[in-house]
Ligand binder design. Structure first.
Ligand code: ATP
Ligand code: MG
Length: 639
């Protein structure tokens, strides 16, 4: 066997610049060339119909997402190539080839048809991380039903809200799923939700765990029973490019989740292209995105990106630290993972356990690392780079949102890797015209902070918010008319690199200066005692806003008055006196969404005594209590 080339291709930076420039010169021609790499049943008449703020991509074109992810590969040599290498939390394993996936998707599409699902109907999916989850998504796509996946960690009320909003006709769930050795009782939670969801006609239950669960006669059906009588082939429906592929509700970090609607053609073209540009996937890669499919990262970079590209992916059901903190590293070694894509939160959590866990495993197959979800603080970046990547693997810090469908700002090793700067997502991808602007919408100077904006439509962008086009206009297109406003605070440095500085509505105004939450948090995390940090502002009559910080400490460190002083001193040194936190609270955990992002608005609400608002996406309510308690204790001390 010949040797496998595992190094990411490092091509001089000007390659990227050239390619990028070309992509913007004739945007429509550029996207049209990319789109023609997919299989279309009918070619589009028009690349883009832009009726601001509504974009239609590849108008008149017809295609099917399941055809482009499975049929296409079984017609060629990838037929028996592994599509999904799956590992359950208890240690069970399965490998599904593209042919297996094709067979299952067809059969399940036939099941959906027999249950009365039609093109245009909605199907809700509430499943653990098992291969049947992507199978259900692709089967729905095959018959033109719009699916909505609800993360399996959500409560019954969060599930009910999403089913009601999307008016789904069928719910697909399971008898359970494993998480940290426990069984999540999905079916019981679903039953609770369904008490209040009149649109649901049928429930399909996949047997994952094999335990006794309540089944409602006439409404509930076992997946395996229905599959027995399924047809082996279902013709993929030829759908308009603008046919809604799915609805996905955002993480809810800043408020009530929004029902983001993605198209079939534009979305598929965009994730197909970005999967290749950013992750540089090749046929001998073993790619692993650790996200849950319940989030957009899983939709785009576990399901549609990898499968349109014919990639072999690892999929893992459970927790990263179960049964021990080296579970992920064991998986990397077992399957020889070459590309790993995860979140800064996960990196920080695994970092807390120390280097000994990754050191137990051979991670030498890795050639490319990625992050998403939040800015990565330089301390975590270096750990990821050195300890996990062995100083060999570039890190792609990918900035994007549920709304953008795919990655917009990131290094792109497949096009030409630019020199990396830890903590910067570097430059926009081809076709993406990004900028940082001031309050008035004028381009900010290099080195000046402002708001990130995207100045022209791109194929992966959301079509609208489900049943709420007004909110769509107001949230994304009213701040700066005619341009897309993601709601993130940012800066371009003297070399033009993009730095994401936190949410725009969480920016602090201290003594006439604007500070992104991330700037202060990074300064705190760069202290050796600190594991995680979250800051928020409290109105202050003198300064405008006083900075309140919450920190969790690394193993072996304890809260003390000295440490508080030291941390305040440390922030002064790193950023300057204006950034000095007024209060520092030590807590054992921070309030986070189930996708692992810090909910600063909750902290701010507690600190200012305001209403806490929607917390359906909060991971652990005890964290809020802890924050409240910490603030109370300090107030008592000061009195
Ligand atoms: P909601 O919109 O409901 O408040 P959310 O914004 O957390 O939820 P997502 O769409 O999952 O939901 O997250 C997108 C956001 O995550 C971005 O707007 C940005 O704030 C942050 N983000 C994602 N990737 C990065 C990154 N690489 N660097 C910095 N920030 C990132
Ligand atoms: Mg958002």
């Amino acid at each position: 066997m010949g040797s496998i080339d595992v190094e990411a291709r490092i091509i001089p930076t000007n390659k990227y610049l050239e390619f990028y420039k070309r992509s913007l010169e004739d945007g429509e021609k550029f996207w049209s060339e990319v789109a023609s790499e997919l299989v279309w049943f009918r070619t589009w008449d028009k690349v883009l119909e832009w009726d601001p703020p509504f974009a239609k991509w590849f108008v008149g074109g017809r295609l099917n997402a399941s055809y482009n992810t499975v049929d296409r590969h079984v017609k060629g040599w990838r037929k028996n190539k592994a599509a999904i290498i799956w590992e359950g939390e208890p240690g069970d394993r399965r490998v599904l080839t593209y042919a297996d996936l094709y067979r299952e998707v067809n059969k399940f599409a036939s099941v959906l048809l027999k249950l009365g699902v039609k093109t245009g109907d909605r199907v809700a999916i509430y499943m653990p991380m098992v291969p049947e989850l992507p199978i259900a998504m692709l089967a729905a796509a095959r018959i033109g039903a719009t699916f909505t996946v609800v993360f399996s960690g959500f409560s019954s009320s969060a599930l009910a809200d999403r089913i009601r909003d999307s008016e789904a006709k069928v719910l697909i769930t399971a008898d359970g799923g494993y998480r940290r050795g426990r069984v999540i009782q999905l079916k019981e939670i679903a039953d609770e939700a369904l008490k209040n969801c009149p649109s649901i006609e049928h429930v399909v239950v996949y047997r994952r765990v094999g335990r006794e669960i309540p089944m409602k006669e006439g409404r509930d059906h076992w997946w395996h029973e229905l599959m027995k009588d399924a047809e082996r082939y279902v013709e993929p429906v030829s759908l308009e490019s603008t046919h809604p592929l799915y609805i996905l509700y955002t993480s809810g970090t800043t408020g009530k989740p929004k029902g983001v609607v993605h198209s079939t053609g534009g979305y598929l073209v965009y994730v197909y292209a970005t999967q290749r540009w950013v992750f540089d996937v090749r046929d001998d890669d073993v790619y692993w995105c650790t996200a849950d499919i319940g989030w957009v990262t899983g939709h785009s970079y576990i399901v549609f990106g990898p499968l349109t590209n014919g990639v072999t992916s690892v999929m893992y059901e459970g927790a990263p630290d179960y049964p021990a903190p080296d579970r992920w590293w064991e998986i990397v070694e077992r399957y020889g993972v070459t590309i790993l894509y995860t979140t800064p939160t996960a990196i920080r959590a695994l970092m807390k356990f120390g280097e000994e866990y990754p050191r137990r495993h051979d991670l030498s197959t890795l050639r490319l690392l990625g992050t998403v979800g939040e800015p990565i603080n330089p301390a975590a970046w270096h750990w990821y780079y050195n300890v996990i990547g062995g100083g060999r693997c570039p890190i792609v810090d990918t900035w994007w949102q549920t709304e953008t469908g795919g990655i917009l700002i990131s290094p792109a090793p497949n096009i030409g890797l630019v020199p990396l700067k830890p903590g910067s997502a570097t430059f926009p991808l081809p076709g993406i015209e990004a900028d940082v602007v001031d309050e008035q919408g004028k381009p900010a100077k290099l080195g000046e902070k402002g708001y990130l904006v995207i100045k022209r439509p791109w194929p992966g962008m959301l079509m609208t918010l489900y049943k709420d086009p007004e909110r769509y206009k107001q949230v994304y297109w009213s701040r700066f008319p005619g341009i897309y406003y993601p709601g993130d605070y940012a800066m371009r440095d003297k070399d033009g690199y993009f730095w994401l500085l936190g949410r725009a509505d969480e920016v602090l105004k201290v003594a006439g200066h604007r500070l992104g939450t991330i700037e202060i948090e990074d300064a705190l995390i760069s202290h050796p005692a600190v594991a995680e940090a979250a800051v928020a502002g409290r109105p202050d009559p003198v300064k405008g806003e006083a900075i309140i910080a919450f920190v969790t400490l690394k193993q072996g460190h304890k809260p003390s008055e000295e440490l508080t002083k030291e941390l305040r001193e440390h922030v002064r040194r790193v950023i300057g006196p204006i950034a000095t936190p007024e209060e520092i609270h030590f807590v054992s955990m921070l309030p986070k969404t189930r996708s692992g992002k810090i909910m600063r608005r909750v902290i701010k609400a507690v600190a200012t005594g305001a209403e806490i608002g929607d917390v359906t996406t909060l991971e652990d309510e005890a964290s809020v209590e802890e924050v409240k308690e910490a603030i109370k204790t300090l107030t008592r001390k000061q009195q």
